[in-house]
Design a protein around this ligand. Structure first.
Ligand code: ARG
Length: 588
């Protein structure tokens, strides 16, 4: 809002429109430089003058019209009167539409997210896809899109042939039910070990998958059982992460939709035979061919993704299709999107892979083949246990500490992921993530809870003060309208106006008002970290303010302003945490 206002006062002194100026305007890096900085470099050409000179002239013009402006090199720095603008900024924050954008204009964006594989552990990559996807889902909605989430379960493929073969040889129902994912994984690992010694296992597995694809009763029954028990375990995880899906449609859902795709590829002359398999060549696109039908006649991952994309476009009416999937699948998605575009679908341009980097936990990596994996459940449990320790130490009298610890521990993992640029590889340290200090989820949660208790205390004392003011009123000294009731000696102190807005409250207020620009950036870049970092900035700005400017014992109208500021801060922190999928406990 301040930048908008700056644009309107600068406009008369330039040949630019307010929108053009707004695009150029910057927030100065240091508080003492003012509230807005206008760089004059781009005006130099049309005005045929040095940028410094232009800055000097604009500053002089502004000053003459009563604006606090100074030229500093090629910049015009503008400072606004805090006393005049602070109430307007607060009102801006109170507007119901504040923080909602119309970027999406109602367009439907289908978000492919989470998508773990049946009978395999829910990996760290799936955790990243789940939390990044869920955050984008909410951020897109805030920005005026209509988000639809789809969990594209890996419930089909040759690995199910291996799973069935291994289960038939070494598994049993009891062991599987006792610990479904771990047992499935053990069987899978054993399969690979034994297949090295006995290659006939591979053909046995292929045969089972072929049967599965042809609808064989036993194969289908075992497969359905694997899906069911894995899903039960995944659902427990989703509940802890507070994630729901609009659709859970596994790869198997597209089994009866792939024939048509293969025929269409054939009819459009795109399929070629290569070493017994059918492929779409992507030579012009500088990519290896996209495999459609394998030598043994079965379909494969890309075939299913082609059918999936067409379904999302035609049936789900997606305007945009985004895929939150690890960076290692970059080639796969480039191939799929290229094939769609070769098929003549202009909407292939509306498909986007949103990759992310690798994450290790305390140096440990994921590998399903060898079975040395980190189970997400263990990671969450450990984070919660650590959070509980800290809480018991910091606040031994807290009610329901286990519940709060769950919110803090799980929140620490989610936030610890989302605060990183998604493409960065992360080595995740639980100790750092769960810490109440530093750039962590618990730090933000703690700041939020702290504001709540400050506000509760202020409300208490205000009540006491109101009691006294009622007594006083009986003695004919009436409070002013809208006055919250304050000690007598504070009334009528009009000169306090000048010190109303300290540096730290002004900085916090401006930061709160900047939220929409961060939301826009986060959505345009598919980058929840923009919001996570902004939320840390807000928490830090609040703590600076709380440290430097008192709330509870400030004079009444100053107090009213600071209380509103604190309320808006708490609301922003809790709201942003919820956008990221993190809870904000009232007490910690
Ligand atoms: N299940 C796959 C995996 O774990 C991810 C699926 C991603 N989505 C997709 N439409 N291909 O690697």
């Amino acid at each position: 809002m301040l930048l908008k206002h700056a644009a309107s006062v600068i406009a008369p002194f330039t040949n630019l429109t307010e929108e053009e100026i707004l695009r150029l305007l910057e927030v100065p890096p240091k508080e003492e430089m003012g509230d807005a900085a206008f760089p004059c470099f781009s005006l130099a050409k049309s005005l045929k003058k040095a940028p410094d000179m232009i800055a000097g002239e604009i500053a002089a013009g502004l000053k003459a019209s009563g604006v606090d402006a100074t030229a500093s090199g090629a910049y015009v720095n503008i400072r606004f009167d805090r006393y005049e603008y602070a109430p307007q900024l607060l009102d801006e924050l109170s507007r119901e539409t504040f923080g909602k954008l119309e970027l999406g204009q109602g367009a439907r964006v289908v978000i492919d997210m989470s998508s773990p594989n049946i009978a395999k552990p829910f990996g760290i990559g799936h955790l990243r896809s789940t939390v990044i996807g869920a955050a984008l889902y909410r951020l897109y909605n805030e920005a005026g899109y209509n988000s639809v989430s789809v969990n594209h379960l890996g419930d089909w493929g040759t690995q199910f042939g291996k799973q069935i073969a291994a289960y038939k040889r070494w598994g049993n129902e009891e062991e599987l039910l006792a610990d479904p994912i771990r047992n499935s994984l053990e069987l899978y690992v054993r399969f690979h070990e034994e297949a090295e010694k006995d290659p006939s296992l591979e053909s046995e597995a292929r045969e089972w998958f072929r049967k599965l694809e042809q609808g064989d009763e036993e194969a289908q029954r075992l497969w359905a059982f694997f899906v069911k028990v894995s899903m039960q375990e995944f659902n427990r995880m989703y509940a802890r992460l507070n994630v729901e899906f609009d659709h859970i449609l596994g790869e198997s859902f597209y089994n009866d939709k792939m024939g048509a795709v293969v025929e269409e590829l054939q009819a459009k002359g795109l399929l070629e035979e290569s070493e017994g398999a059918l492929v779409v060549r992507l030579d012009e696109e500088n990519m290896p061919p996209c495999l459609i039908i394998k030598k043994d006649g079965t379909t494969i991952y890309p075939t299913r993704d082609l059918a999936t994309a067409i379904y999302r476009h035609d049936v789900m009416q997606a305007d945009r299709l985004v895929y939150v999937v690890g960076g290692e699948q970059k080639l796969h998605f480039s191939q799929v999107f290229s094939v769609l575009s070769k098929m003549g679908y202009a909407w292939a341009a509306a498909c986007e892979h949103i990759p992310f980097g690798l994450m290790r936990f305390e140096g440990r990596k994921m590998s399903t083949r060898r079975g040395k994996v980190v189970f997400l459940q263990e990671v969450l449990d450990e984070a919660v246990a650590r959070a509980l320790n800290i809480i018991k130490e910091k606040n031994p009298n807290l009610e329901q500490p286990e519940q709060v610890a769950e919110a803090v521990g799980v929140g620490a993992i989610i936030f610890g992921d989302l605060r990183n640029n998604r493409m960065n590889d992360i080595d995740f340290s639980l100790e750092d993530a769960v810490s109440f200090e530093g750039e962590t989820g618990p730090y933000v949660q703690y700041t939020h809870a702290r504001i709540q208790s400050v506000l509760a205390r202020v409300a208490d004392t205000t009540l006491e003060e109101q009691d006294t003011s009622v007594n006083v009123m009986g003695n004919t000294v009436a409070g002013r309208e809208g006055d919250e009731g304050v000690p007598l000696n504070e009334k009528g102190k009009e000169e306090t106006a000048a010190i109303h807005v300290g540096d730290t409250s002004w900085a916090l207020l401006k930061l709160l008002c900047d939220y929409p620009t961060y939301l826009e950036k986060a959505v345009l870049r598919n980058e929840p970290s923009v919001i996570a970092k902004y939320t840390i900035d807000v928490a830090q700005a609040f703590n600076r303010f709380y440290h430097a400017e008192r709330i509870a014992d400030a004079p009444s109208d100053i107090k009213a302003f600071r209380v509103r500021l604190a309320q808006h801060t708490a609301t922003r922190l809790a709201y942003n945490l919820s956008l990221l999928g993190v809870q904000a406990p009232e007490r910690m």
